[in-house]
Design a protein around this ligand. Structure first.
Ligand SMILES: [Zn+2]
Length: 353
């Protein structure tokens, strides 16, 4: 179970030293997902919209401030340390209170399921009790009035449960927030770090090296070109979203882009079965996309060492060609739309079952 400790270190790093990887789907992506859900709820599920709105309203010295899913979807990132440049403001008192009650909140945002695995399975390498999949389940159970099994150092108000769901449903529709490539100790051969046994063991950082969801796969470009962002994870978080907006002619308006996506649900967006299972289904569904997001690339061992001993020592490099970028922006557009419609459906399932 050593892998858990490694992941904890990873999250601590993401929170403290380098803010960039924390900005999952970057902020435009999260606001767009929230805005699609706002539009769908207003149009089709007003009772759910009313319930969500009541939970999000803030009493500010006697006046009531209404807040949308689009606004609150970024709060879990704004609550992270070092994220002021991305959030555009210091953490609010509300975000600080959430961070204090949930000291490992940085880890709520992702899983690192090995690309060799066909689906999300709890208690295997790259999963943990407070990963994105399991935290969505926890917050959903809380809002449904069930008492979720306690998790150490997890304590959400119902308002925080709403904004956390609004954020995490976005995160788990970004392929590199769910699937991760691992290598053997030479950092040249892809491996599955699951070793097996009871309880299961995995040697992340010891017998295998981790790319941290692509955060350690650096982008390089032939001079004089410079890569759009430093690493593959951030490319999917931010650049792919921006390029999808540009391609749709909504480069400067997240709201216009959200309206465009909300006008037609993407094929295959609906989820069957109990809402309790949806997050795991979505995580499993995105694995082939995570695989393809790596398979389309030539990923080489890099010359720079990893800044973190727990990752296994290496960094990697890759170059994105135009066809990869065209493919990625189309995937990002579809994933944002899926996340938006599914976020609305999840709140409907919670409040109007
Ligand atoms: Zn996130």
């Amino acid at each position: 179970m050593r892998g858990r400790i490694r992941v904890a270190c990873l999250a601590a790093w993401a929170a403290s030293a380098v803010p960039a990887p924390a900005a999952a789907w970057d902020f435009p992506g999260h606001r767009i997902v929230g805005a699609i859900a706002d539009l769908v709820l207003q149009q089709y599920h007003p009772a759910t919209q009313q319930r969500v709105s009541e939970l999000l309203q803030k009493n500010d010295g006697g006046s009531v401030q209404k807040r949308s899913l689009s606004e609150v979807a970024v709060f879990p990132d704004c609550a992270k340390k070092g994220n002021v440049p991305f959030c555009g403001r210091p953490p609010s008192d509300e975000e600080k209170a959430y961070a204090e009650r949930n000291p490992h909140h940085d880890q709520f945002h992702f899983a690192d399921v090995p690309l060799q695995q066909p689906s999300y399975v709890p208690n295997t390498a790259g999963t943990q009790g407070i990963d994105a999949v399991q935290m969505i389940g926890y917050a959903v159970a809380q809002l449904r009035g069930k008492t979720p099994p306690a998790k150490p150092d997890v304590n959400l108000t119902d308002t925080e449960a709403v904004w956390l769901i609004a954020h995490l449903v976005g995160d788990i529709h970004q392929p590199l927030h769910v699937g991760a490539k691992y290598f053997d100790k030479t950092c040249q051969t892809s491996v599955d770090p699951n070793i097996g046994g009871t309880p299961p063991t995995f040697g992340i950082g010891d017998t295998s090296a981790m790319t941290m969801g692509g955060n350690l796969i650096f982008l390089v470009a032939p001079p004089p070109a410079v890569p759009p962002v430093p690493n593959l994870h951030l490319y999917w978080d931010s650049t792919a979203v921006v390029r999808a907006m540009q391609a749709a002619g909504s480069a400067h308006s997240e709201q216009d882009f959200a309206k465009l996506l909300a006008a037609a649900p993407p094929g295959g967006w609906e989820t069957t079965g109990s809402a309790d299972t949806w997050a795991a289904q979505w995580a499993s569904e995105i694995m082939p996309l995570a695989v393809e997001a790596h398979q389309r690339l030539t990923i080489r061992k890099g010359s720079k060492p990893s800044p973190f001993s727990f990752t296994g020592g290496c960094t990697w490099e890759t170059t994105l060609d135009p066809s990869y970028q065209d493919w990625a922006k189309a995937q990002a557009r579809r994933q944002l739309a899926m996340a938006g419609f599914r976020l609305a459906a999840l709140f409907k399932a919670i409040f109007e079952p």
